[in-house]
Design a protein around this ligand. Sequence first.
Ligand code: APR
Length: 249
Amino acid sequence: MTAVSSLKGSDQGRSGSNIFVLTGAGVSAESGLGTFRDRDGVWTKYDLNDVATPQGFARDPDRVRAFYNARRANLAGAAPNAAHFALARLQREMSARGGSVMICTQNVDGLHEQGGAVEVVHMHGQLLVTRCQACQATWPDRQAMRADTVCGACGRTATARPHVVWFGETPLFMERIVDAVEAADLFVAIGTSGSVYPAAGFVAQARDLGIRTCEINLQPSDNARAFDERLYGPASEVVPQWVETVLAV
Ligand code: APR
């Protein structure tokens, strides 16, 4: 993972039998989780080199664990919003029609699943999963990670880290994701700034293959010009409207 920085009519329903949906922090913003790069975003308050890199963890694992423990506590009070529910509905209804909707998220929250989505691909990992830095065992975990957390697989302590992809690490499930983009006839990016690769490059991959592309965001993202269609407004409003449009065809 590497960093760089009026609703109108839609004709997408005609083409959307295999839809690839890429989501980012903007889809969960109205659930109270905040984003990374907006005003008041996480990276305006923390240096990502300290808390979101392997080097930061090596320097100060307690600081990194405290950062993610706070995010776990924050997530405990969050609930899916209308955008999550609408995407889950889209997935169900397209599946019933013989199509498919892959929800590929950069978000480490589980709000898509809480909203009813199935088969969510978490390319940047999951906040409520702990990983042993030594043996790479993972386990579901809502508790605070501590220096004395014991890995159930190898028995070591001082190795607990979140199962989250940091800058400088390789996102998960890339082969599956690339295949799904290639198989799509509609690519939609929702609530992502388009500033973190490889996710920010998926739209170019889709365009090169002649796949129709759409961006839904509060404002134009860094690569807004790469999209055929752009729908701007809060995800909780625009996503349900867009889903209605797709399903109406
Ligand atoms: N509705 C729709 N979009 C919104 C909303 C909203 N209510 N609120 C904010 N946005 C948009 C912003 O305009 C911005 O384009 O969400 C985007 C959030 O961008 P980022 O904060 O950069 O989040 P994201 O793109 O998910 O970041 C990618 O960077 O720090 C890493 O690993 C982290 O997965 C994350 C990755």
